[in-house]
Design a protein around this ligand. Structure first.
Ligand code: UT7
Length: 336
């Protein structure tokens, strides 16, 4: 480097980060398995046995990506005890916003009154929330932002083929949100994340938009190689969860909650076994009434566990997201 060039301001001294509030929005309409089974020649019993799902919520017209996100964000802001104008950044994780551009985040920021916030979307499917927490944590730690809103939101019912046996019963709609802010002590452990793009077609929009238009169809559906994804989740994700525990410098016995992506109750049970999670540590099982809401599933489950007293405020929770890409991310967090 030329010596005459002035050195750049390195920014504020690094500090710690933590989640200071969470919120959730569940659409009004409850859809039991009995409403799904007709077109896929299935049964309530099969769906419950294979996935643990009893019902899901489907968004109505007015429960848009922005409206659901806004409601979840307001809950998170209230718990954090801050106002929207204190947000330095808004990150929305979604794969079901109907606009390719602009992103949902600036519209949400405007709706909330977060007039000073940077705002952008990320696309990391069911791992999107954990990706968002990783970004937000680094932003707060480095001083890029004081408070960051992370929203995971999906209207998967818009992208589900009701006649596809592999997916019609599995997806639901909703929004979950978290505020990440500065902390005296470390409140978000290191993120363990990665991708396996060679398996991009394991969970995929059936055809790209240009082919949908060329074929005169209205919109594409998300399809999944169910068994392959199931095996990947069961075999590959428990080691990632263990790495997140190790990276946090704790042991599994220190956890106060396990909040995995709500993909399938059998995947959750199998991860518990592989991780040897001690009995008595509460596990998120929101999937039974909420189904798989992709990016929204972990914050929705977190909000519920705290609200219902299943997990303690200030306790340590392991969260792990995994899905289309294939992509994954996990970290240990201190619950708000
Ligand atoms: O969120 C992103 C990550 N996603 C996931 O992690 C999802 C991972 N995959 C899964 O959760 C499971 O693969 C499913 C729940 C989607 C499916 O369960 P499965 O145990 O893998 O079912 P399968 O596809 O192996 O099918 C088992 C049997 C078959 O019958 P035979 O050949 O054994 O006679 C299917 O024909 O069940 C039959 N079947 C159904 N029966 C009733 C398949 N789909 C249905 C259905 N209703 N919807």
């Amino acid at each position: 480097m030329p010596t005459a060039r002035p050195s750049l301001n390195p920014g504020p001294a690094p500090r710690h980060s933590r989640i200071v509030g969470v919120g959730g929005y569940r659409p009004r309409r409850v859809v039991p398995n009995s409403e799904i089974i007709g077109p896929i020649d299935s049964s309530d019993q099969w769906i419950q046995e294979r996935s643990g799902i009893k019902s899901r919520r489907f968004a109505s017209e007015d429960e848009t990506i922005i409206a659901m996100s806004s409601s979840a964000a307001k809950g998170a802001l209230a718990m954090a005890g801050i106002t929207a104008d204190q947000l330095g950044c808004v990150i929305v994780s979604t794969v079901t916003f109907m606009y390719n551009t602009p992103a949902a985040a600036p519209i949400l920021a405007n709706e909330l009154g977060a007039t000073k916030a940077a705002a952008f979307d990320i696309s990391a499917a069911c791992a999107g929330y954990c990706h968002g927490i990783a970004l937000a944590s680094d932003m707060v730690k480095s001083g890029t932002s004081d408070y960051v809103l992370v929203v995971g939101v999906e209207r998967l019912s818009d992208f589900t083929d009701p006649c596809d046996r592999g997916t019609a019963f599995i997806f639901g709609d909703g929004a979950g949100a978290a505020i990440v802010g500065p902390s005296e002590v470390a409140g978000i452990g290191p993120t363990v994340w990665g991708s396996e793009g060679a398996r991009w077609d394991a969970i995929v929009q059936r055809e790209p938009w240009n082919e949908v238009v060329a074929a005169g169809r209205q919109k594409p559906a998300i399809v999944m190689q169910g068994q392959a994804v199931f095996r990947w989740a069961v075999w590959s994700m428990a080691p990632v969860a263990q790495q997140a525990i190790d990276a946090a410098g704790i042991t599994i016995n220190d956890l106060d909650a396990f909040i995995p992506h709500q993909a399938n109750m059998r995947i959750i049970d199998s991860m518990i076994k592989t991780l040897k999670l001690p009995e008595g540590i509460p596990v998120a099982r929101d999937i039974a009434e909420t189904a798989n809401t992709s990016a929204a599933s972990i914050p929705l489950a977190t909000e519920r566990m705290l609200r219902e007293g299943q997990a303690p405020h200030g306790g340590l929770a392991l969260q792990i997201g995994f899905g289309a890409g294939l992509v994954y991310a996990a970290q240990v967090i201190v619950l708000p």
